[in-house]
Design a protein around this ligand. Structure first.
Ligand SMILES: NC(=O)c1ccc[n+]([C@@H]2O[C@H](COP(=O)([O-])OP(=O)(O)OC[C@H]3O[C@@H](n4cnc5c(N)ncnc54)[C@H](O)[C@@H]3O)[C@@H](O)[C@H]2O)c1
Length: 254
């Protein structure tokens, strides 16, 4: 079967579930060889086996692990063409006055430092190739605040800043860097957030969030996000770099 990504080598972080799994699936369907990275070993191995792709267990917040997953990709396939820098965590929801330094640092380590480390290591491979496409997973939290969610909000604003900086650094080498900014998407993370918002009635939270979305009155799906990611990774997006791409059912259009 021939596809848009025949012969391409892709690395996807957070690949055991949610958006990362959906992107890995679409990339594999369209011909890419995918290096699937996650810290959740059992789930990752099961997912990679199902897709027939290469699993690498790594914590994206750790420098040695990040250098390790990039080395594993290059050792296996000799190059990296596509990178979905996606792994992230939501952390604890609470007003700033009730957060510990550890609460902040935990989210920052994965969502901020992890995205930086991934960009740094992958750009080192892509620059000599003089080609590559990268999509970071930001969030609508990259463009707006939210009470009781400051570490996550700050980390996703940082993803937008890292995206712009990397696009400027990569541009002269033919490397494109964008970020996606999903709204409410039905994954493990979104379900856990409904429990944090109201442990007594997470289903009620899910329903009211769904009703707040202008388009279709529902959460998005991981596959809908993956469809945007793979467009941005594809040659069809050849002139798109340095920008944020909302996928939120018009939630932030007002
Ligand atoms: N679901 C949403 O509504 C939503 C909206 C906007 C942005 N996002 C962002 O999308 C990304 C993916 O989220 P999701 O909804 O698919 O969540 P998810 O929890 O379903 O999947 C995240 C995956 O990342 C892995 N992961 C987490 N921390 C890791 C680490 N340090 N090292 C390696 N792997 C790690 C997890 O094991 C999991 O497999 C995150 O960056 C999240 O912030 C999600």
């Amino acid at each position: 079967m021939s596809g848009r990504f025949d012969g391409k080598v892709a690395v996807v972080t957070g690949a055991a579930a949610g958006f990362g799994l959906a992107t890995s699936t679409r990339l594999a369907e369209e011909g890419a060889r995918v290096v699937m990275v996650d810290w959740s070993a059992d789930q990752l191995h099961a997912a990679a086996e199902k897709l027939g792709q290469l699993p690498v267990v790594a914590d994206v917040s750790q420098e040695a692990d990040v250098d390790g997953y990039v080395r594993a990709a290059v050792d296996a396939y000799g190059r990296i063409d596509l990178f979905h820098n996606n792994a992230g965590i939501e952390g604890r929801m609470a007003p700033m006055t009730e957060l510990s330094v550890e609460d902040f640092d935990r989210v920052w380590a994965v969502n901020g430092r992890g995205v930086f480390l991934g960009l740094r290591a992958v750009l080192k491979v892509m620059k000599p190739q003089r080609s590559g496409a990268i999509v970071n997973t930001a969030s609508m939290a990259a463009i707006k605040g939210a009470a009781a969610f400051s570490p996550y909000i700050a980390s996703k604003h940082a993803v937008l800043g890292l995206t712009k900086s990397a696009a400027l650094e990569g541009g002269p080498f033919g490397i494109r860097v964008n970020c996606v900014a999903p709204g409410h998407i039905d994954t493990r993370m979104a379900r856990d957030l409904t429990k944090q918002i109201n442990p007594d009635d997470p289903d009620g939270v899910f329903e009211s969030v769904s009703a707040s979305v202008p388009l279709h009155g529902r959460y998005g799906t991981a596959t809908e996000v993956a469809n945007l990611v793979i467009f941005l990774l594809s040659d069809e997006a050849e002139y798109i770099s340095g920008s944020l791409h909302l996928i939120d059912g018009a939630l932030n259009a007002g």
